[in-house]
Design a protein around this ligand. Structure first.
Ligand code: SAH
Length: 238
């Protein structure tokens, strides 16, 4: 591959991988909040684009809006052969997750907060955008695999729980399905790499677990992301 794009939501998720790859900052894009970096692994260009700070609220621009915009701008500018949506996520004790595990996407990307009870729109809400097959990569790099499910909320309510059970989601986060939607439109193969910061079915509050484990999970993510990038850079999608 000549170019792999990695899109990420939070600064603290991105900083270990930026350091590990020795990535150099690129110029800002007018009007856009993104922070872009470039690195090289052998002959492959690695673009890391972080959602950046929200202009109005001053926090990291997490969630689907900026993720879709980021994926689109990066796809247009750099024509990557592969897009990776990388970051942290929630997992479930019941489904075998442990804090710090790194999951790679499986099968499809779904939404669990777009409930539209009108014929045809129900499936539109769920999305089900295809994930690039990663069986060989997961086996070689010893990564857990799972369906990634996205919403714009950090918590999980009863409706979310029901939808997640129906679609088989095992990795819960706030960006991947939006990135996968853009990649589906533009014909770019996409995978997610997500490190578990919190266990949804643990008694401790998600936000507290997230804060306690963010640094460790982001370091685990960086370590695996380098391996994933090297594995992919040396191969074609086929
Ligand atoms: N209070 C935090 C907010 C982080 S939101 C802060 O300001 O530092 C969570 C981010 O991590 C999102 O980008 C999302 O993709 C991911 N994430 C981690 N655990 C999650 C979970 N259980 N549910 C949804 N998103 C989660």
């Amino acid at each position: 591959m000549k170019c792999i794009a990695v899109v990420m939501a939070m600064n603290s998720e991105a900083s270990p991988i930026v350091t590990l790859l020795n990535a150099e900052p690129l110029a800002e894009i007018p009007f856009m909040p993104f922070q872009l970096y470039e690195a090289h692994r052998n002959d492959c260009r690695i673009i890391i684009s972080v959602n950046g700070r929200d202009k109005r609220h001053g926090v990291d621009s997490i969630g689907t809006q900026t993720a879709a915009l980021n994926a689109y701008v990066v796809a247009e500018r750099f024509s990557p052969e592969l897009m990776i949506t990388a970051g942290t996520a929630g997992g479930w004790i019941q489904r075998g997750a442990e804090i710090g595990d790194v999951y790679v996407s499986d099968q499809k990307f779904v939404h669990h907060d777009r409930r539209i009870a009108i014929p045809g729109f129900t499936e539109y809400g769920i999305g089900s955008y295809p994930a690039v097959p990663t069986g060989a990569l997961a086996r070689t790099l010893n990564l857990k695999q799972g369906i990634v499910t996205t919403s714009n909320s950090l918590d999980e309510n009863d409706d979310d729980r029901r939808l997640i059970a129906e679609t088989g989601g095992v990795v819960k986060e706030m960006e991947a399905a939006a990135v996968a939607y853009v990649c589906d439109l533009m014909g770019i193969p996409v995978m997610a790499l997500k490190a578990i910061t919190d266990l949804v079915d643990h008694h401790a509050a998600t936000a507290d677990q997230f804060a306690a484990n963010l640094r460790m999970a982001s370091e685990q993510l960086a370590e695996k992301l380098v391996q994933v990038v090297d594995f992919c850079a040396a191969r074609s999608i086929a």
